[in-house]
Write a protein that binds this ligand. Structure first.
Ligand SMILES: [Fe+2]
Length: 298
């Protein structure tokens, strides 16, 4: 036996290709076919990654410690794991990829639900305001139409919306706002239309008090999301559309820290000549199973 070259089940452990082959072989008996496929790809990519950057043992320890701290910083009201997937662009990649067939047929781009959607947002009448009268900020009038991919209007669709205030705070973060301020649900009319008033929102930073904040600082990146309105649209016989529309005039419009401000989701909030703004939305939903995303807040 050659004492300079340790062996791994008869394979040379100094040969990365042989080591990779052994690890893949160990995974080959995974009974669930999709899990086997995903793990095999993960194994191949982490091995290639370590070789590409010539990862040192100290760097591996640092990375594993980072993952441990991601878990330790997470709980019922904070999820640094989700935030990590967001700031690496992974969440947006997976979401856009999942919608690619609908997008090819003119479907509206999805965007992340995020951590601020609340269950049981108040159902309001068409034309109502989601902002209490004491909410500061420039008036914003939102008009939209919900349709299927073929252009057929969807009557009775439930349009949920929520947004941050002009100070960049959601009501559940801000003692100065009333419960459920800047939130609402609307039902579309026979032509698929909805209509509501609000105020122009402001952008805000993602939380930077955890390991993800350290990562952003180490990258020299900002933490801002450009101003946006969230939507979840629910229509029978159609996939649920979760998306966001962004203010293209926001200084961070092209550097959304979670990379969600893409394509047609960046919009001009049109000045109405009286200090207010208007936003017209054409929402196209893909036929399919209606399945609501997890609601992060009560
Ligand atoms: Fe948001």
């Amino acid at each position: 036996m050659n004492m300079e070259t340790p062996t791994l089940g008869g394979l040379s452990a100094t040969d990365p290709a042989a080591l990779l082959a052994a690890v893949r072989q160990a995974n080959a008996g995974t009974p669930h076919p999709r899990l086997r496929e995903v793990l095999d790809a993960l194994i191949r990519h982490v091995h290639a990654f370590a070789l590409e950057v010539d990862l040192t043992p100290a760097e591996l320890d640092l990375g594993l410690d980072f993952l441990v701290r991601i878990g330790q910083a997470s709980g019922p009201h904070k999820n640094e794991g989700i935030l990590l997937a967001d700031i690496l662009g992974l969440a947006t990649l997976v979401q856009l990829r999942g919608a690619r067939q609908a997008l090819a047929q003119g479907g509206t781009e999805p965007a992340l639900v995020g951590p601020f959607w609340r269950a049981q947002q108040p159902l309001r009448a068409s034309g109502d305001s989601i902002a209490t009268p004491d909410t500061p900020g420039a008036p914003l009038h939102v008009r939209g139409r919900v349709a299927s991919l073929d252009g057929r209007p969807l009557a009775g669709a439930r349009v949920e919306t929520w947004q941050a205030s002009p100070k960049g705070l959601y009501e559940n973060q801000d003692p100065a706002q009333q419960d459920m301020n800047l939130r609402g649900a609307f039902l579309t009319d026979a032509q698929g239309r909805f209509d509501f008033h609000s105020v122009r929102p402001a952008g805000y930073p993602v939380p930077i008090d955890g390991p993800c904040g350290e990562l952003l600082a180490a990258q020299g990146r900002g933490a801002m999301r450009p101003a946006h309105l969230h939507f979840i649209v629910v229509a029978p016989g159609h996939k649920v559309l979760a998306t966001q529309f962004f203010d293209i005039e926001d200084p961070h419009a092209h550097e959304d820290v979670v990379f969600g401000a893409v394509g047609s989701l960046l919009r001009h909030f049109e000045a109405d000549g009286q200090g207010g703004f208007g936003l017209d939305l054409d929402l196209r939903l893909e036929p399919g199973e209606t399945r609501l995303p997890h609601c992060p807040l009560p």
